[in-house]
Design a protein around this ligand. Structure first.
Ligand SMILES: *[C@@H]1O[C@H](CO)[C@@H](O)[C@H](O)[C@H]1NC(C)=O
Length: 433
């Protein structure tokens, strides 16, 4: 064996043993993808993401050397009165070479409007709807998706719901070093992800680094470019964006987060910029949950929580969404490990449907902060109705889409006495050098 592959084998074996800490029941089969080779310059794996105020980034893969990074678009089918030029990138990973990955930002776009578009001046027409400028606005949430029969079921359920933006708190394709699986994942999610913005953050399965041979997050960063530049971040691994009256911050569980890190400084600056009159709702997403009473992944979020929870508390974050644990769990408003009416509601939605199956063992008794926990595959919906009220619901794949296994009204902190304008000692935490 060549030395490069000896190293690869050793690296993969290390990873395999490290993750065998609990038994997950009944996963569904990995989907079978007949990987038909379409005409090489045909756009594939189309997905969109928000890219700053009234702009959308369109991403697709088209192999042809001459395929341009051009998106033609307009508000009537087949009539493209606007055109945008973007850029393309590609990457090599071991023996795999990616296709040409195109990223083209279109806009300014009207709010709450359907646009028809075509990528690379050829291939089928797609359509997208932009989010509204005001409440109500609806988000769907599902982490740890993968590409199994359960993933398909989750996507089918999401597709039946009326929503504006999909949020994915980490672990997308479960490619796990086999790069063609990023391509099949791209194809699998295209029907949904080409129609509504998918805003994602990275999980452990995005890392794919191999000691000496490959850096981490190569595929993720190349394929799932998020609006980090638009939000003043220097890394695709953390960024923020606004939708209607909500400010959302996507953090990275797998990049530095201590108080000397760039992520920490960026987070502090981003929180200070939040204007609760303009965006009364403040949400944060990352992969590894801080509040988790499942037996899987215990304590893995502790360090990040110690570093960053005081900042989120000082800023009055309403809701924190995580994945990683393959189950669903919702907390009361919490801070410092116990319930606190000025803390955030934490929810783990790590049950999108990946091949590793569910995490069904919990610690008992259920902690006082934990309200609802269940190991089933599914997705969540957050409908923000106005500046003070939002309806949170969780939908199991075993039920029809309208069935809500867990449902609660969440009231925002904006009209509470919790925010820094009422508690100057909290503002100090945000302003500390
Ligand atoms: C916000 O929505 C809730 C739930 O529908 C409603 O009870 C409340 O009156 C609304 N608040 C305002 C200010 O409209």
């Amino acid at each position: 064996m060549e030395p490069k592959f000896m190293l690869l084998m050793v690296a993969l074996m290390t990873i395999a043993t490290a993750s065998a800490d609990y038994v997950r029941p009944k996963p569904r089969k990995i989907l079978d993808f007949p990987w038909e080779s379409k005409h090489s310059s045909q756009p594939q794996q189309v997905h969109i993401s928000l890219a700053g105020d009234q702009h959308m980034r369109v991403t697709w893969i088209a192999d042809g050397k001459s395929s341009p990074s051009i998106v033609e678009y307009g508000t009537s089918p087949g009539k493209y009165n606007r055109i945008a030029q973007g850029e393309s990138t590609s990457y090599d990973y071991l023996l795999y070479s990616s296709g040409k990955i195109h990223h083209t930002v279109i806009g300014p776009l009207e709010h709450n409007t359907v646009y028809f578009y075509r990528c690379g001046k050829q291939g089928p027409e797609f359509q997208l709807k932009t989010p509204p400028s005001e409440f109500p606005v609806t988000f769907t949430v599902a982490g740890d998706l993968g590409q199994t029969g359960w993933t398909k079921s989750t996507l089918d359920h999401i597709d039946l719901c009326t929503y504006d933006v999909h949020l994915l708190p980490g672990d997308l394709s479960y490619a796990d070093y086999i790069q063609s699986r990023w391509d099949t994942f791209g194809e699998l999610v295209q029907p949904l992800a080409s129609a509504r913005p998918w805003m994602v953050t990275e999980g452990n399965h995005e890392k794919e680094n191999i000691l000496i041979l490959e850096d981490g997050f190569q595929s993720y960063n190349a394929r799932w470019k998020m609006p980090y530049e638009e939000s003043g971040s220097s890394s695709n691994l953390y960024y923020s964006f606004d939708v209607a009256g909500a400010h959302l911050i996507m953090l990275g569980s797998y990049t530095d987060y201590d108080e000397y890190s760039e992520q920490y400084s960026w987070l502090k600056a981003d929180l200070l910029k939040v204007d609760r009159k303009r965006t009364p709702w403040l949400l944060v997403l990352f992969h590894v949950p801080w509040y988790n009473s499942n037996k899987a992944h215990r304590g893995e979020g502790d360090h990040m929580m110690q570093a960053m929870e005081p900042l989120l508390y000082a800023a009055g974050v309403d809701i924190v969404l995580a994945g990683h644990v393959h189950a669903y769990e919702r907390s009361k408003r919490v801070y410092g490990g116990r319930s606190d009416s000025c803390g955030a509601v934490h929810v783990t939605v790590g049950d999108g449907g990946n091949r590793e199956g569910l995490a069904s063992k919990y610690i008992n008794p259920q902690p006082e902060w934990s309200v609802f926990r269940e190991a089933s595959f599914g997705h969540a919906e957050l409908k923000i109705v106005n500046s003070t009220h939002a309806l949170w619901s969780w939908h199991r794949n075993d039920d029809d889409e309208p069935v809500r296994s867990d449902e609660v009204w969440i009231t925002s902190l904006v009209s509470s006495g919790c925010l820094a304008d009422k508690r100057p000692e909290l503002r100090k935490i945000l302003l500390a050098p």
